[in-house]
Design a binder for this molecule. Structure first.
Ligand SMILES: [Zn+2]
Length: 474
């Protein structure tokens, strides 16, 4: 275990040292399920899926918690506009989120708690903060409760800002606040809020503030201290600054280091906005492109680099992935199919080139890792040209392992369309039938050969007779 990463709280690279030997606990802020996910949202899911795969390959037992924020102002407003309950709106988009992450080959998190399922834990945290003198009910008796930023000396350390230089918290009417930067822990129900959108509390009916949810759920599932906290760069302030302040002011060490991924931008270089995002909805992009190519496009740049979106950029990524696939197909045809490492298995020694492991251990250095992947595929192709089967086989094993670590192996069980682990079995069965058909033709029993072909065609398979034998595809 020699993984290091850029800690965005300290602004420098640090070694990831597990709190408990052999285990890593990660909290990654999830999405507010108020609209269909686009590539900008899903990049985070892909980055943390790769992190989890790499740490697992490195021999660690990884617990990944990703929350679902299923209530907030936007959800309430949109649900009201649509005339359906807020929980129906939230659940609709939660399922879309699951479809989008599955479509891009992300494994489900270890736990995926919903904010509204953890109201008691959040109320306890608010009461703890009031008892410690770091929170107060609003002076105007609105029923809101605020975090007192001036009471916590560490406030601003994560985002490296002085309170005076920060944007005021715009989450509630500032009248009841001691300082405009104080943020809402608990928000009193408004007269026009649906009755189902508030819960009883010592300060009257209301609902939790967004930041509070994550502190409470991280504490519940990962404990007072855990190894790594992540999310999109846009969450660093105020969300993560506030999470950290709440948890630490309540006497919980919380997490370090902090890992933030950059955005997907539109070609003008701006953070993707809602209006620009329609063409980048995951459901749309995976209709235009092979989902593996979309994942490759998201995986290949460094996670801290902005990624510019265009169909051309995804097409270029698709061409890169096709070169790797071509080597795997060619080598498998000659040497036999090789099953790579997958999640849950112990890594085999020498299963990866040192250059790939070095790159991944250095802050998930995807560009250098991908360069190694292509180097290995080129070396494998040269070995095939030269008839050096042992060298080609090593390359085949390593290329497929690298693809698997990045979640890009064609038959990874995370791909919904791949049929998971059944695909090699299907391939073996179809190949056996094709061999029978070849044998029938060899003995000039064309009726039997045609019958076998017709049965395969009826199952939706296309059979091509190539010079080196028949091939099939769906
Ligand atoms: Zn969060």
């Amino acid at each position: 275990m020699s993984f290091s990463l850029h800690d965005s709280a300290l602004g420098r690279q640090v070694d990831l040292v597990p709190l408990v030997t052999g285990k890593i606990s990660v909290y990654c802020c999830g999405l507010t399920v108020q609209a269909a996910p686009h590539l900008g949202h899903i990049r985070k899911e892909v980055v943390f899926d790769v992190l989890r795969r790499w740490l697992t390959f490195s021999g660690l037992e990884v617990t990944l918690v990703v929350n679902v924020t299923d209530i907030d102002d936007k959800i309430l407003a949109k649900a009201a506009a649509e005339g359906r309950p807020w929980f129906a709106h939230a659940y609709f988009y939660e399922r879309q989120l699951h479809r989008a992450t599955a479509a891009l080959g992300c494994l489900p998190p270890t736990y995926e708690p919903r904010a509204t399922g953890h109201i008691p834990e959040q109320l306890e945290l608010v009461q703890e903060l009031i008892a410690r003198g770091h929170a107060y009910p609003a002076a105007d008796h609105s029923g809101d409760v605020y975090f007192d930023v001036r009471s916590w000396p560490g406030y601003g350390q994560l985002s490296h800002q002085r309170i005076a230089d920060m944007e005021p918290a715009l989450d509630a009417d500032p009248r009841g606040k001691r300082d405009p930067h104080d943020f809402a822990l608990w928000k009193a129900a408004k007269p026009d809020d649906p009755a189902t959108a508030s819960w009883a509390s010592p300060w009257g009916r209301g609902r939790p503030g967004w930041h509070l949810e994550c502190s409470a759920m991280a504490g519940k599932y990962l404990g007072d201290a855990f190894d790594l906290h992540g999310g999109g760069l846009d969450l660093k302030f105020p969300h993560h600054e506030n999470e950290r302040a709440q948890s630490q002011a309540a006497g919980r060490p919380f997490a370090h280091p902090w890992m933030h991924n950059a955005f997907v931008t539109d070609p003008s270089g701006e953070k993707m906005s809602k209006s620009l995002a329609n063409g980048m909805l995951v459901s749309e992009v995976v209709r235009r492109f092979d989902p593996r190519a979309v994942r490759y496009y998201l995986v290949a740049p460094h996670y801290r680099s902005m990624v510019e979106f265009s169909d051309q950029a995804v097409a270029t990524a698709a061409a890169g992935l096709a070169r790797l696939d071509a080597f795997v197909d060619r080598a498998s045809a000659r040497l036999g199919a090789v099953r790579p490492w997958t999640m849950g298995e112990a890594p085999a020694p020498q299963a990866l080139p040192a250059g790939f492991a070095r790159a991944m251990d250095d802050d998930l250095g995807a560009p250098a890792a991908i360069a190694q992947l292509h180097d290995s595929a080129r070396a494998g192709n040269r070995a095939l040209d030269a008839g050096d089967d042992p060298t080609a086989l090593t390359a085949l094993v390593q290329v497929q392992n690298m693809l698997s670590v990045l979640g890009l192996w064609k038959l990874d069980p995370a791909w919904p369309a791949a049929g998971g682990d059944l695909e090699p079995v299907v391939d073996g069965l179809v190949s056996a039938l094709l061999e029978q058909r070849q044998a029938a033709r060899a003995r000039r029993d064309f009726a039997a050969a045609d019958q076998l072909r017709d049965r395969l065609t009826a199952l939706g398979l296309t059979i091509e007779d190539a010079p080196d034998g028949p091939r099939w595809k769906r």
